[in-house]
Ligand binder design. Structure first.
Ligand code: PRP
Length: 206
């Protein structure tokens, strides 16, 4: 049976396709997949999911390998092998605030999709904050008055800029990573080892 790779939909997906093509793998079925969530290529079965769900499919052995942002691994700490960094999906984790607005001198309110990372960051700074969990479009929170600032990933900076926010502090740099199910690595070693090796060699492909 072909190995199964769970791939994060969206931005990482697009960058992965270029990378995968550069490694000389067949990408045609992936490019022309339309809205399909499962696609087979010559060598692999692919499933497309949100980042956090990619880790769930890999953790439970439904997918042997996964392509996911390191931000997701840092936030949810899934029980998977984090094999290697990939040369795409680069972003920073940052605190951002409304441009020109004072950082208030009281207990601050922070909105984020990444509540664990946020909690840990402010704990290390010795600052107690109120954290509001949002699922997306977190840039809205300071604009609408829900929070004083946000903790979120910044890739190009366009979303912040177009919403009148600026980076106050940056504190982690991430990339996409190749992850693997722990038992698959043992049971399907013969099939997976050459693939992982190819990814290792391709680490520098940009
Ligand atoms: C992420 C992140 C920012 C944006 C940053 O959101 O949460 O909103 O990308 O990227 P940029 O610096 O290149 O503008 P995503 O697009 O994943 O959507 P979401 O807000 O719905 O989570």
């Amino acid at each position: 049976m072909k190995p199964c790779i769970a791939l994060t939909k969206g931005r990482v997906e697009k960058q992965f396709l270029d990378y995968f093509k550069a490694l000389d793998y067949d990408v045609e079925p992936l490019i022309n997949k339309g809205r399909k969530l499962r696609v087979e290529t010559e060598e692999f079965q692919f499933v497309f999911a949100k980042g956090v769900d990619v880790t769930t499919y890999v953790e439970h052995g439904i997918a042997d390998l996964g392509i996911v942002g390191e931000d997701i691994l840092a936030e949810f700490k899934p029980d998977v092998y984090s094999l290697l960094p990939l040369p795409f999906g680069h972003c920073r984790m940052a605190v951002a605030v409304e441009k020109g607005k004072e950082w208030p001198n009281r207990k601050r309110r922070i909105a984020s999709k990444y509540t664990n990372i946020t909690k840990e960051y402010f704990r290390q700074k010795g600052e107690s904050v109120d954290i509001f969990k949002l699922e997306g479009s977190v840039e809205l929170a300071p604009i609408l008055g829900l929070a004083d600032g946000i903790v979120d990933i910044v890739e190009t900076g366009t979303t912040l800029k177009e919403n009148g926010l600026v980076v106050k502090e940056e504190f982690h740099q991430y990339s996409a990573r190749l992850i693997a199910n722990r038992s698959s690595l043992k049971i399907k070693r013969d099939v997976l080892a050459p693939v992982i090796e190819k990814f290792q060699k391709g680490e520098t492909v940009s």
